[in-house]
Write a protein that binds this ligand. Sequence first.
Ligand SMILES: Nc1ncnc2c1ncn2[C@@H]1O[C@H](COP(=O)(O)OP(=O)(O)OP(=O)(O)O)[C@@H](O)[C@H]1O
Ligand SMILES: [Mg+2]
Length: 588
Amino acid sequence: MIKKMISQNQLVVNARRMWPYVKPFWFRAALGVFLTIPVGGLDAAVAMFMKPFMDKVMVDKQPNFSALIPFLIIGFTVVQGILQYSSNYLNTWVANKITIGVKRKLYAKLLSMDSSYMDANNSGTILYRYSNDAETASNGLVENTKKFLSKTFSSIALAGVMIYNSWQLAVIAIAVLGLFFYPIVFVRKKMKEIVKKSVVNLSSVMTIYNETFAGNKTVRSFTLEDEFSQRFHKATDTTFTLAMKMVKSTNWLSPLMHVIMSVGIGLVIGFGSHLIVSGRITSGNFVAFITALMMLYTPLKGVGNNFVAIQNSFLAIDRIFEILDLQPNLKDAKNAQELKEVKKGIFFENVHFEYVKGREVLHDINLEIPVGSTVALVGNSGGGKTTVSALIPRLYDVSQGAVKIDDTPITQLSQKSLRQKIAMVFQDNFLFSGTIRENILLGNPHATEQDMWNALRKACLEDFVKELSNGLDTEIGERGLLLSGGQKQRLAIARAFIKDAPIVILDEATSALDNKSERVVQEALDNLMKNRTVIVIAHRLSTIQNATKIAVINDGKIVEEGTHTQLLEKGGAYAALYTMQFKDKEDK
Ligand SMILES: Nc1ncnc2c1ncn2[C@@H]1O[C@H](COP(=O)(O)OP(=O)(O)OP(=O)(O)O)[C@@H](O)[C@H]1O
Ligand SMILES: [Mg+2]
């Protein structure tokens, strides 16, 4: 019971929290609602009109009155039509404004969430919860508020007509009406469960679409069509089952309403005949009453479906606020400092890190990266090199210890100022749909044409771009789909070049380049590294022999540190790696 009250309260609280999104448009929203009052009231006028029609035309046979009727009917309908059009226009306008407002807020939230949140969700969930829900919520809310209000106004007016014509019959009709609302309470809880499952199901359907698109080459080359088709069938079977469950647990509302309604009408007709016969009401009263009653009950027949829509939008509002209430794990400290300059370097002090609770991937890392030096990270696959590099721009927070720039832990710096000082080339670079120019400019929106060509030259992409008929304005497709692996890599390098940041992180930057380009890019990278602090992760040890320092990371620990010569002399892990690669080369 208490739980139920709390959940009802929560509903009200969340609906109230929608107010800031409605507030800027309150005037139009109110006007739209205001216009629905006469629309509802006109229904009552038509019902009211039945009494004089019955008494004066049907019974007294007055000719003047009947001549008026066609004009009145047409007049009423035209006025009602105009009002309906204006209120629909206003309400749609307001609904769309609210949807956009909510969507923007949700998108801002999505942008503020950190990498660990993205790791934990799939694309379908993000699409569904950040995009679909906003529409369901606000369209449903506005549409149903409008319906509800206009129905309320017309109900009040119709009830007035009924009471005016016969209060006795009105008491019966309104008492029966009370029975309408009882079953509704039952359905809510059941619905909530089903909707929750539906959200999970529809999100996974979207993920399948997304993976089929993004992974289409893998699907085709591994002939996974049957597998994916089966996955899709399974997911859509669930969609079907859930839809049927929903129908099963909600659609009995409408027929039930019908039955309750017939009880009301039956009682009214029975008792009404008695009232007419005994002369307490005229037949005009009776006809006006029945007309009003029909007008009042008819919309209620559909209340079952309407109710599902209203609940859906309320549940979507709940889910929206669930998201808006999320707080990123990673936030700027209260008095976060701006990082202006790196004077001493980057320092890892007793850093422990885990992506998932209880599974530590970095154990007690101590590493100094002095300003202006080049520190290379090598080691076994899955050892933690990429993870170390991700901690520097604070894409994740350490679980113990600290990463410091100079003497300040990076948690004390504003994330924006920290990341502005770092240019990254990732292991799996992400390019965005758009042109080459747009992608480069993401590194620095103020770059000039000259800067761009410089960056392209340094990234060994100049010749390629010059040969393209559209040059810098060539579209590269979603995720850079239209480029080769090496071209993508080099475009990512150009994007990092143009950022001109004092700290550079290169994760396998040269892995997708051919031997010739590798040499050229290496030269360019050497240029880039000058006067900068560089963290470079490489599998091919030939590329990092000049590094100031090489750290070998195996299984989350730094096992060795030193220059190329020192480590070779030592004859440890690095020397073993080096001999192995050297031998591989000899074998070729
Ligand atoms: N987003 C993530 N969530 C959970 N675990 C992760 C995540 N990213 C990496 N890991 C795990 O962390 C460990 C270190 O991964 P990392 O990517 O740092 O290795 P690496 O040294 O860069 O390997 P490689 O040389 O193959 O690129 C691995 O065991 C990996 O499975
Ligand atoms: Mg890696």
